[in-house]
Design a protein around this ligand. Structure first.
Ligand SMILES: NC(=O)c1ccc[n+]([C@@H]2O[C@H](COP(=O)([O-])OP(=O)(O)OC[C@H]3O[C@@H](n4cnc5c(N)ncnc54)[C@H](OP(=O)(O)O)[C@@H]3O)[C@@H](O)[C@H]2O)c1
Length: 374
């Protein structure tokens, strides 16, 4: 039995659709019975309700679950309680979090408890992180070296129509510290403090990207040894305005980031949050979906290996990834601990499978002879 928590939302509903399509047994759960019943119409007759802060209520609705798939964000605000309840109900846990600080905190808090319980916790089974985590692993494995000098994962997204949950998650993450991986530890890093040029695939082309804190910084060093791991986001199509912004950002980022964090902790942050919460939760249109490209590059000395992905419909791809992970974990009895996407699936095969399901473009490096995909 797979239980979706936050199933009334856009991502949760798409996961329900995908599980229904595969004829898997699932329940739709969340905090609002009426919204859940509307979302479940025609595809699910098992609807359950519990608030995110009600530990006993959550344990009750998770009781017969093999896997909980949590899509109730922002995860920094309410994810931890759902992880705790899933472990207490003795089931595996998956989420779609894209918040670096939350992914680090889950790893640090729950790794040992999950390992001892023989249950798997796996964050960020969605467009942002699983694809980048797999791509980074594939690029690093193609190097002729057991350790990379650096691994970078760079995103470009055009025409993004974020849902209410995504907007709130971005706002919550903006007030938190960001990290990069540097010589065996996570060190604080201001968003926008570094700038690189990336050759994105398909029609995205050459673009400037600025550093930003994505959870691959937390997941990639656990499976792919590297001296530095960093994540970047393109500012949009290359033009004089984005070039100027990219030159200014690294100069002002170290000053602006703490200032923004402080501002978000004042009543200004509360006003921004309540404005987003009050807005209608419009769903992204299926006719005008976001396009994305991700490039992972691993370097060692003069050698560079890259793996790239491009496609469209971020939310449907995310649902497909979460669904694949839930299906994989449903009958899992061997693994335990807080795992990364690359530890749950052989990364090359996972990329090929998701690419085939969602018509994505993928560019894979040659495998190092004798190092076939596990
Ligand atoms: N990493 C990625 O690539 C990726 C991709 C997709 C989504 N996500 C993340 O997944 C999360 C959900 O996104 P979405 O697009 O589905 O957003 P959404 O459509 O706005 O849905 C949000 C869901 O969270 C629930 N929720 C909100 N506050 C809650 C609370 N206090 N207690 C219990 N449930 C609560 C909502 O319940 P109600 O309906 O009752 O309000 C709804 O089910 C966001 O954090 C988003 O950033 C990440």
């Amino acid at each position: 039995m797979i239980i979706i928590y936050g199933a009334s939302g856009h991502t949760g509903s798409l996961i329900a659709e995908a599980l229904h399509g595969q004829e898997l047994e699932f329940a739709m759960t969340g905090r609002d019975l009426v919204k859940l019943q509307t979302a479940a119409g025609g595809i699910c007759d098992d609807v359950r309700c519990a608030q995110a802060h009600d530990h006993d209520g959550l344990v009750d609705i998770f009781e017969d679950a093999d896997v909980v798939v949590n899509c109730a964000g922002p995860f920094g605000l309410m994810g931890e309680g759902v992880v705790r309840a899933a472990l207490a109900a003795d089931c595996h846990y998956i989420d779609t979090a894209g918040e670096q600080d939350f992914v680090r905190s889950v790893y640090e808090q729950f790794e040992s408890a999950a390992r001892q319980a023989g249950r798997v916790i796996i964050n960020a089974c969605a467009f942002e992180v699983a694809l980048g985590d797999w791509a980074a692993n594939v690029a690093a494995a193609a190097l002729n070296s057991p350790i990379a000098d650096s691994i970078s994962i760079s995103y470009a997204v055009d025409n993004m129509q974020p849902t209410k949950g995504t907007r709130l998650s971005i706002l919550d993450a903006m007030g938190k510290p960001g990290y990069r991986w540097d010589e065996d530890r996570w060190v604080p890093a201001s968003p926008g403090a570094e700038r690189i040029e990336v050759n994105y695939p398909e029609s995205f082309g050459q673009r400037i990207a600025l550093s930003f804190p994505s959870p691959e910084v937390i997941t990639v060093p656990r499976h792919s040894p590297a001296r530095r791991v960093q994540t970047f986001m393109s500012l949009g199509q290359d033009n004089p305005l984005t070039r100027a912004a990219s030159l200014v950002a690294p100069v002002i980022a170290p000053v602006l980031t703490p200032l923004l964090g402080s501002l978000l902790r004042t009543s200004l942050g509360a006003i921004a949050e309540s404005t987003i919460r009050a807005a209608e939760g419009a769903r992204p249109s299926e006719d005008n979906v976001a396009r994305f490209a991700i490039v992972a590059e691993a370097t060692c000395g003069t050698q560079t290996k890259r793996c790239a992905i491009a496609g469209e419909n971020i939310y449907r791809v995310s649902a497909g990834i979460a669904c694949l992970a839930a299906e994989r974990l449903q009958n899992e009895g061997e693994l335990g601990g807080v795992l990364t996407p690359s530890e749950l699936f052989p990364p090359r095969l996972a990329l090929e499978e998701i690419a085939a399901q969602h018509s994505l473009f993928i560019e894979l490096p040659d495998e190092v002879p004798g190092e076939a995909t596990p």
